[in-house]
Design a protein around this ligand. Structure first.
Ligand code: PLP
Length: 394
């Protein structure tokens, strides 16, 4: 059997038409398949490889840590240098109230932990979330996902969860003294890059403060420089009570986190103790890799080049079949008239050596979220491929 046959037969599948690309090597913005075909990666493993694939410093940190120790004991018992050092580095780059990091395995687990923490800290159960939001695929995260199509097969889900439209003021009146938390993405990802309007997000923060509700921002995709600042919330003048991190947090290794004030986080330590338990959360090898990536990102100020690179994309992506390009830094949704146009372009791009994708709730939009290290030449090459694939359908 070929690897492809084994993959289809013996590896659990999530769709009837997986891409089935067999990549054997990835470096920077490039990947190569078993036949030696080169690809430009325009999606960075869905906003993961912000410092590029296999950055030498990340690889060295992972190898170095793996040779010292890997798993020792469940999260939260031993003092493990990679976790400690990464927590210190992260909190140094965050507002003073975000000073305690709970490391998890994934973004979804960060969502779960944060919702539990909000319930514990406030003693309330009501949760407010947003239509077209995505926070993960586990049952708690599914309960707050903003689309009935994805929720309906798993009912009953968490009770006391209410959805409102992103950018609508209706939500403000719904935030009350019974609300444990409002959870939202700083910029909505899967509807195809939707930014918060005007002062709206600040009003939500204020309403949360006034009612003792915890304000949770999901920066699992927007974090680590993708939108042009280290954290997207910096651009909106707000500070969350709990921040969700994942994806680029591990520099390519599996890692998530929720970050809060220690006084909030300590709710997990008593009555009952062990408020959230995880065996592998904050795995030392993941933390070592993540810290190395974070050091590269912050030392080289990679996010400061994001604006110029975004402008280059926007300048080049002009075509009569492109209806709109919404961008939040190096994170763009290129909108077409339909899913079939988008799918045709994506398939043609992959055939020409450009990896891209669509969005969960915006299948007519092509996703651009490359490693932040992408060069001008690679941007030009990627845009030329997209435009050629579009013109082929004229
Ligand atoms: N939150 C957002 C905004 C995401 O985009 C994702 C994943 O795509 C998640 C949470 C869940 O992260 P994970 O897939 O690591 O569970």
């Amino acid at each position: 059997m070929t690897n492809r046959q084994i993959f289809l037969q013996h590896v659990g599948q999530t769709s009837t038409e997986p891409l089935c690309l067999e990549i054997v090597k990835a470096a920077g913005v490039e990947m190569w398949d078993v036949n030696g075909k080169r690809f430009i990666d325009l999606i960075a493993g869905i906003s993961v490889c912000n410092v590029g694939h296999c950055h030498p410093e990340v690889v060295a940190a992972v190898q170095g840590q793996a040779s010292e120790y890997m798993h020792l004991l469940v999260y939260g018992e031993f003092v493990q240098a990679p976790q400690v050092r990464y927590a210190a580095a992260l909190t140094q780059q965050l507002p003073p109230t975000l000073n305690s990091v709970y490391f998890t395995n994934s973004g979804a687990e960060a969502t779960e932990g944060a919702m539990k923490l909000a319930k514990r800290y406030t003693g309330r159960s009501k949760i407010i979330a947003f239509n077209h939001s995505y926070h993960g695929s586990t049952q708690g995260a599914l309960s707050i996902i903003g689309d009935e199509f994805w929720r309906q097969a798993y009912r009953p889900l968490l009770p006391d969860v209410y959805h409102y439209n992103y950018n609508s003021n209706e939500v403000l009146a719904a935030i009350d003294e019974q609300t444990a938390c409002v959870i939202m993405e700083t910029v909505q990802a899967e509807k195809g890059i939707i930014k918060p309007a005007g002062e709206w997000i600040a009003k939500i923060e204020q309403r949360c403060k006034a009612t003792g509700t915890l304000f949770i921002l999901d920066e699992i995709q927007t974090g680590f420089g993708r939108t042009g600042t280290l954290w997207a919330f910096e651009q909106y003048g707000v500070v969350p009570d709990i921040l969700l991190l994942g994806k680029a947090l591990g520099g390519g290794m599996p890692l998530g986190a929720f970050v809060a004030d220690k006084q909030i986080m300590d709710s997990f330590t008593v009555s009952p103790v062990l408020g959230h338990i995880t065996t592998f959360g904050g795995h030392p090898v993941s933390c070592a890799g993540g810290l190395a990536a974070f050091e590269v990102l912050t030392r080289e100020s990679l996010y400061k080049q994001v604006e110029a690179k975004t402008e280059l994309f926007l300048r080049l992506l002009k075509h009569h079949q492109i209806l709109d390009v919404r961008a939040a830094g190096l994170w763009m949704a290129v909108e077409f008239d339909s899913f079939s146009t988008c799918k045709r372009v994506i398939d043609a791009c992959i055939a020409k050596g450009l990896i891209t994708d669509w969005f969960l709730f915006a299948p007519n939009c092509l996703r651009i979220a490359p490693p932040l290290t992408i060069s001008e030449n690679e941007i030009v090459e990627a845009c030329e491929i997209i435009l050629a694939c579009l013109s082929a359908g004229d």
